[in-house]
Design a protein around this ligand. Sequence first.
Ligand code: FE2
Length: 389
Amino acid sequence: MTVSFSKDDLRELVGLVAHDPSADEFPVTGWDAVVWVVGNATLTAHYFRTVYGMDLVAYSGPETGNRDHHGYLLTSGEGDAAVRFVVTGAVDPDSPLAEHHRRHGDGVGDIALRVPDVDRCIEHARRAGARILDEPHDVSDEHGTVRIAAIAAYGDTRHTLVDRSRYHGPYLPGYQARHQPGSGEQVFQALDHVVGNVELGAMDRWVDFYHRVMGFTNMAEFIGADIATDYSALMSKVVASGNHMVKFPLNEPAAGKRKSQIDEFLRFYQGPGAQHLALATTDILAAVDRLRAAGVEFLATPDSYYDDPELRARIGRVRVPVEELKKRGILVDRDEDGYLLQIFTKPFGDRPTVFFELIERHGSAGFGKGNFRALFEAIEREQAARGNL
Ligand SMILES: [Fe+2]
């Protein structure tokens, strides 16, 4: 599917808002890439291409002079909204990626962000006390020059900051164009948000980090009883870049009767990390049908969710009959600005850690607060089945 998104489309798709970057000390234009570290990059890239319909666009590996690891750049969507997944896995047994994978399993190592001025961001981040992992520097090849730097986020997660305004290659120097289109229709057109799970008591520290270091603002707040079930509870706050293109909900466990899903994540990821990536789609029904046909498993939503008269009244009219949502287990939430449709996959890899959300927004700028209880109860059924509750 070839779609080019206008600003209006982005407003609808991911909640873009107007923002003046000149007054922003750490302006962020949008996502640059989600860099995965996995145990088998070759197969994972194949999975994203055949199951999610992503296009393979560039490659780095021994054949291109990179003897350390494989890197596959896959994209979904078009124009400013296009999502880049970079899937990396060790070739050299001594690669740092091998150790990263041994510790964390398959996961997100880097949430790279596009910024217009890397040096200005790093100067500000340094003054605000951030840990600078890579000082600003140029990397060049025959396609031009990228200005790049990196700061530490929660756990071993990094934020690489990228200014690619003087670069015309497919991704970064070291990567060569390699075209292999995804099979069939693409499932998602943009990245809506990436959720971070942090340790008990650390959420406010990370919210403060995104405020102080990156100039992010609060979007919404869900605390305590909103998202407590009998067994688990969590606290969650959402920070976003000035234009709302980049949204980071941050979760920490809260005291429940038993182990929460956040505790389970922290144990199996061996620390804080990216919990889920919300993929924005213009047609969640078609997306779910396609993914299910390809064998992707979703969290089950009980029929009672759809039959609850209170919920029916609250969600009001949506673009398809509720029966169509019920058939697929798609959740609905509504707030004063509109509604959203969402569904969650089971964990992506072997460990009960990172997973995906599909989200179709219709005006709502929320995150599905009204669904948290139904969702958590579904997650807990899975946790119980794994013997981790
Ligand atoms: Fe989400």
